[in-house]
Design a protein around this ligand. Structure first.
Ligand SMILES: Cc1ncc(COP(=O)(O)O)c(C=O)c1O
Length: 422
């Protein structure tokens, strides 16, 4: 199976990430922790430095550094809008996805009435579950669940029609699972919610690093992502459909502006995180210029699309190599789509166990080899429950476009040794 992008140059891509050059006592670091947070692109770091050195001032003043801050924030919103396919006044930055969804849950649930219902989906990170559960409890609203099949790792889409109804106020779902890696048909879930007039929310935290988001095609009202998962700083980014942003009564201090993004993003935001996100998106655009089939002079969204397509081709090669290698490891059990031929239905995030070895012991043994992976259940609370692994979880190995085929081989060799008990 060939998914190799002939133009891709692993070393040139890696040189764009300062952290990848770091060694510990001469031993290279192998970062396979991307689903928890990626390494930061050099372009993001330069933009953050710009925000904190070249023009560190609050926004809205008449002096030079404040004006430059305003320009930077405007550019960061314009780029974020291009990234998700929205207008600049439909995006806002926050601390992270979790706090943004909690904030919006307070505004959205104000007019929920006892006897209304909401639909949640079982593959989510708890960031897209707990805010709605808490609001539902406060308002006396029923919670309905879309379950997934524990053998196929896919939602039971045929049950959607029975879950939504005239009293459904909200449908929240996730795009790609941070545990199983499954890419979900969010258009279908969102369409079911929209058909009954529900507000629709998509958690795109794990899809954003891997493929181009398109809020118009998805049709949702809210879409959240976290730039620290796509080569930028710790922050959250939220798309809010304009009609919804206009309709909601803001939770804001009285003197702050009544316009977006201020009215729904209270307080002074992290300017450096916004500029850093701009830099992360510039990194993706650079990938497009360098390795994608992007015509010179193309706009930012087209360049980002080209960059993500080139990155995906490389990640697919990594995923296929990993899945093929995993087959030969005795006792390895993958929780997620395992067919190398179906790798396009998932992101390169692999949760597994090996025999009866506790996942934390595996993670520690890999850490001793300077291979960085996570063990646990990563706040995918419902998935861990459905799969019966809530207690000790799984080992999670995740790839980003800066990983190499050689790193995949190294982790496979290590897993093989651990499976043998070496
Ligand atoms: C799918 C998914 N949603 C939400 C979150 C929470 O994001 P944040 O840390 O920005 O709140 C994560 C973090 O791992 C995630 O993987």
């Amino acid at each position: 199976m060939t998914h190799i992008n002939a133009r891709w140059d692993e070393q040139e891509v890696r040189a764009a990430f300062p952290a990848l050059a770091i060694r510990d006592a001469g031993v290279p670091r192998i970062y396979l922790d991307a689903p928890g947070g990626t390494q930061v692109a050099g372009r993001a770091l330069s933009r953050m430095r710009e925000a904190m050195v070249d023009h560190c001032a609050n926004e809205g003043g008449s002096f030079r550094t404040s004006r430059l801050t305003d320009e930077g924030l405007e550019a960061a919103h314009a780029a974020a809008a291009e990234f998700v396919g929205a207008a600049p006044d439909e995006v806002l930055y926050g601390l992270n996805t979790t706090s943004l969804l909690f904030h919006f849950s307070r505004m959205l649930s104000r007019d929920w009435r006892p006897g209304d219902d909401i639909v949640l989906t079982r593959m989510d990170h708890d960031a897209n579950v707990a805010p709605w559960l808490i609001a539902a409890e406060e308002r006396g609203v029923n919670v309905r669940w879309l379950d997934f099949d524990v053998d196929t790792f896919q939602y039971r889409y045929d049950r959607l029609a029975a879950l939504v109804g005239p009293r459904t106020r909200l449908v929240a779902c996730n795009h790609a699972s941070n545990f199983l890696g499954t890419i979900n048909d969010v258009r279908r879930i969102v369409a079911a919610g929209r058909a009954v007039g529900a507000v629709t929310v998509v958690d795109a935290v794990q899809s954003a690093p891997h493929f181009l988001l398109d809020v118009a095609a998805i049709g949702c009202d809210l879409l959240a992502s976290s730039p620290y998962k796509y080569f930028g700083p710790h922050a959250g980014l939220l798309y809010v459909r304009r009609e919804l942003a206009d309709r909601l009564t803001p939770l804001k201090v009285r003197p702050s502006p009544n316009s977006m993004p201020h009215k729904h993003a209270p307080g002074t935001p992290s300017f450096e995180a916004q500029l850093g996100t701009l830099g992360a998106l510039e990194h993706l655009a650079w990938l497009g210029d360098r390795f994608g089939a992007v015509a010179p002079g193309s706009g930012l969204r087209v360049r980002i699309a080209g960059g993500l397509a080139a990155a995906t081709a490389h990640e697919t090669a990594l995923a296929v190599r990993f899945l093929e290698g995993l087959r030969g490891i005795p006792g390895a059990r993958l929780y997620g789509l395992s067919d190398p031929a179906a790798v396009t239905g998932r992101v390169p995030t692999f949760s597994l166990r090996i025999g009866r070895v506790p996942p934390t012991a595996l993670a520690e043994a890999l850490a001793a080899r300077n291979i960085f992976v996570w063990a646990g259940s990563f706040y995918a609370y419902e998935i861990a429950g459905a799969l019966g692994v809530r207690d000790d979880g799984v080992l999670r190995i995740g790839f980003a476009h800066y990983n190499t085929l050689a790193e995949v081989d190294t982790v496979l060799t290590a897993l093989r040794e651990l499976a043998r008990g070496d």
